[in-house]
Design a protein around this ligand. Structure first.
Ligand code: ZN
Length: 464
């Protein structure tokens, strides 16, 4: 009875919050958990096949969405916390939204993106078959404490459970989970690529061996601490990958082969290549067909803010969410590979959800753009901390008269779009993202038609 009451009240709360225009998906789930604490484990028992959890610092939303697209392509039913509501409340809400009033509806799969700090709580209430870990970077440490602490929490939570792990073999902070948990692990990783570098200025977290503390040596870096590493002291090195990606091309669409399967995606950037590889690995592990996997990835469209393309007065405008130094550096790498002439708008806020401490912008490397032929012409800094952003860019030696400050998002975006250049990149921290997106949607409505999916593919292919 309490279960039905919990579902009813939460569905009502969800309906009301949508009606009132609140995006909040956490609250209905939290309400239901107060009324009936076992609600999540009860509803998770209606999953007939498997439950998958995806966690890690960057890429979990994209990876989870791609796996969802594959499950859909195979024609299965599933529960998925699509809105990025990855705390216990949000995950509970997604189960309640999917089920009927009696809470008896069955699904084939559940696919859950989980915030790192919530993995231990989640595993107490549900029994996943697979936990996939994408990577670990310093991200909003003021909220979760030290990265080490988070990693240990997850290790403790999975140890002794009947779980298989899917791990990034190229990240030394992820790849050692087998030794520490004794669980069966599957690994994915990239072979040598044309984009590798013998050094990395962005490796802060993974410099030292997790076993002996000795400085790791790298044969090559893919980005940040991801690459081919070994410890000269204790022999710790990349585990052999079960899913090896070869012949990576990003020009700018992503193409590679994994265990003889050809992958094509309209996405850009090495970090997205990793997200795709992670999703493919899990899909192959649980027996999805190659055709379904390939098709789902090829037609997968970027979601709001995780690289969304607008067409405003014939100018290609690309909106990207940046929330930490690693993601920001990856975005700069990506846009420097785009041969189009361009301008760069950056909105930086310091609200709680962005992380109050913005010192991470000093780990963003603008200096490498200096000698790049296709670097942005102008840098327009906006948001609550526009001045800090401008100072940061200036410090890396880019021409001062090309760095502008416009605290108002709208004025800044309009200025960016009015400058000569084929493409405008709009980068935004979390709490400015939806405002930026709304401004771009309005401008697109006023000055241009949205690109169709085919045109998006086309424009990305021909711009190389
Ligand atoms: Zn070592």
């Amino acid at each position: 009875m309490r279960k039905i009451l919990a579902i009813f009240v939460a569905k009502l709360a969800l309906w009301a919050s949508r009606l009132l225009g609140y995006g909040g998906t956490d609250f209905p789930g939290r309400l239901a958990r107060k009324i009936y604490p076992a609600i999540l484990s009860d509803l998770a028992a209606n999953i007939d096949e498997e439950i998958f959890i995806v966690t890690g610092t960057n890429g979990k939303t994209t990876t989870t969405n791609m796996i969802a697209a594959m499950i859909k392509e195979e024609g299965y039913t599933y529960v998925h916390n699509a809105a990025g509501a990855n705390m216990m409340g949000g995950i509970t809400t997604s189960f309640i939204e999917a089920t009927n009033l009696m809470g008896t509806r069955h699904f084939d799969y559940a696919l859950l993106e989980a915030d790192e700090a919530n993995v231990p709580l989640l595993i107490k209430e549900i029994s996943p078959r697979v936990v996939l870990i994408t990577n670990f970077f310093a991200d909003q440490l003021d909220r979760f404490g030290e990265l080490d602490h988070t990693i240990n929490l997850i290790k403790d939570a999975v140890r002794g459970q009947d779980i298989e792990l899917v791990l990034n073999a190229d990240d030394p902070l992820v790849s050692h989970f087998q030794n520490e948990t004794g669980l069966h692990c599957w690994y994915y990783g990239f072979d040598q690529t044309d984009y590798d570098s013998p050094s990395s200025t962005h490796n802060r977290e993974g410099q030292f061996c997790v076993f002996c503390g000795h400085k790791l040596r790298y044969e090559r870096y893919h980005y940040a601490q991801l690459g081919k590493y070994y410890c000269p002291e204790c022999g710790n090195s990349n585990p052999r990958a079960n899913f090896i990606a070869k012949n990576l091309r990003m020009s700018p669409a992503i193409q590679f082969e994994v265990n003889d399967m050809e992958i094509y995606s309209p996405y850009q950037g090495f970090y997205n290549a990793y997200n795709i590889l992670a999703a493919v690995s899990l899909a192959k592990l649980v027996g999805m067909r190659d055709e379904a996997v390939q098709k789902a990835i090829a037609k997968y469209e970027p979601r709001a803010g995780r690289m969304e393309i607008f067409n405003i007065d014939s100018k290609k405008t690309i909106l990207v969410l940046v929330k930490n130094a690693t993601g920001f550096n990856q975005t700069l790498q990506m846009l420097s590979q785009d041969p189009a002439s361009k301008n760069l708008f950056i909105a930086l806020n310091d609200n709680a959800a962005d992380g109050r401490d913005i010192s991470w912008i000093w780990d963003v490397d603008f200096a490498f753009l200096a000698d790049k032929h296709s670097r942005p012409q102008h840098y327009i800094c906006s948001g609550q901390r526009s001045g800090d952003m401008a100072l940061r860019i200036k410090y890396d030696g880019l021409p001062v008269d090309h760095i502008h400050i416009s605290a108002s998002l709208k004025d800044g975006i309009l200025e960016t779009l009015s400058l000569p250049g084929e493409t405008a990149y709009i980068l935004s921290s979390y709490t400015a993202l939806f405002a930026c997106r709304n401004i771009l949607l309005k401008l697109q409505k006023q000055y241009g038609s949205p690109l169709t999916a085919e045109q998006q593919d086309q424009s990305m292919l021909t711009s190389s």
